[in-house]
Every structure is written in C-alpha cells, then in structure tokens.
Design a protein around this ligand. Sequence first.
Ligand SMILES: [Zn+2]
Length: 261
Amino acid sequence: MNRNRSIISTVCVLFAALVLAGCYQPVDYPVIVDVPPPPSVTVPLEHHYIVGTSIENRPIICTVLGEGQDVTFILAAIHGSEPAGIPLVHRLVRYLQQHPQLLQGRKVVLLPVANPNGVAHNTRSNARGVDLNRNFSTANRLNSKRFGRTALSEPEARVIDRLIRQYTPDRIVSIHQPLACIDYDGPALALASRMAQHCNLPLIELGPKPGSLGSYAGVTLRIPTITLELPYIADRLNSERLWQRYGPALIAAVVYPDRVR
Ligand SMILES: [Zn+2]
C-alpha cells in the first residue's frame, strides 16, 4: 500500500514539474470559423451532412450555411470528369465562414461533389454509365441507357432533386467544364449577366439539353439556373487562382440581387 502511495505521489510531482516547466500544453481543438465575425453579426447556422449515397456507396455530402429565406444552391462535378468546381466550392465555403455578414437573410446549400463515382473514375457519367445531367424529369427528356431508362433512375440525380424540393432555392449554379462561358436556363438572364460582370467568361445561352438540370430546374420549375462552364485548363489551376478568377462570380450569385460591396 505504502509503495503504491509513493508511486502516485512521484507521478504527481513529475506532472507538476512538467506543467511548471511549460512542457505540457492542454490540447487545442481546431476552430471551424477562423475569423471572428463583427460583434453585431451572429454566427450563421452551419451543418454538413450525408444527403445520400452513390451507386458505389460513396457518400454525397451537403453543406448548408446560413438560415435565411433567400436560398442559393451551388453544386459541382455532376460530370465527374469536370472537377475544377470542387475546390472552388470548398473555397466558397471558407469565404462565407469568414464573411458571415453575407449570410444575413440568406442560406447557401452546397454540394461540392455531386457525382462522386465519376470523380473517382474520371468519367462524365456515374458508375452505371448514366449522364446524371440528362437524368431529370423534363418535357424534352430522352429515355436511354446513357441518359437513364427513366427519369431519376440514378441515386445521385435523386439527391439533387430532393435538395431542390427541400430547400426550394431562389437560384441554382451548377459548375462544369470546359466550354468557358456562362450558360443559363429559365428566368436567369439578369443573374447570368451579373455573374458575367464578375469574371472573364462570356454570356452564352446554349439552350436546354434533354433531361438536364437546366431543363428541369430552369425551364420546368422556373428557378433561375446557371451552368457555369469553366475553361478546360481550370482544373490545372490551384484553388487560390481559381478563386481569384471565378470566386467573385459565385459571391455575386449568392448575394443577388444585391451587389457585392
Ligand atoms: Zn458538364
């Protein structure tokens, strides 16, 4: 018993000596919001969750920032071989965390990787060879092996459809490559023009494609829908260069119809 007591007191003395010598530091857990907001701005609600899974059981992760009534839905990589939008969306999340005043009265729903199988395999389609951006329920839809035997036959397209129904966004931005333009569907000319003022991409209306997100959300649901087509070389740019070139256009979409100050 005496021996145990002497071991315990030795350990206590050693620990106290370490603390006094500054060798022991309490663990510092990482803080999500790294820049404190101004005192008048409350930190916006933020959550990340798995909104569904792909054919190969990869998680599809959604991030929601803010809790306002005005909703912007931004997604990237619905075509897996067009990955440049992924770091851009992650960078946008960081920017909004650092500038919470932009989220007052707003909510931003973000899906950085809409087609995780396609990204993993560097393919346009999902693991079943279906082009997800042709799998929505539209008047111009074509049923086929490549576009899906029925509308919303693919779980990844169902996730996007579910998010649109759940959050009823005021505008949608889907990031693609490599056509280097700002395309739009539905009542989105003014939004597309505003975004074009904030980057070097021309405004071009490519026209609704069969079963595309633009045809579904823009033409059928009348939600202003932007297809932000980054150039081919965009996935060779690091995230800071991408952000410098295209971040301002994304911010312009988030705060629309207000202007960035
Ligand atoms: Zn595409």
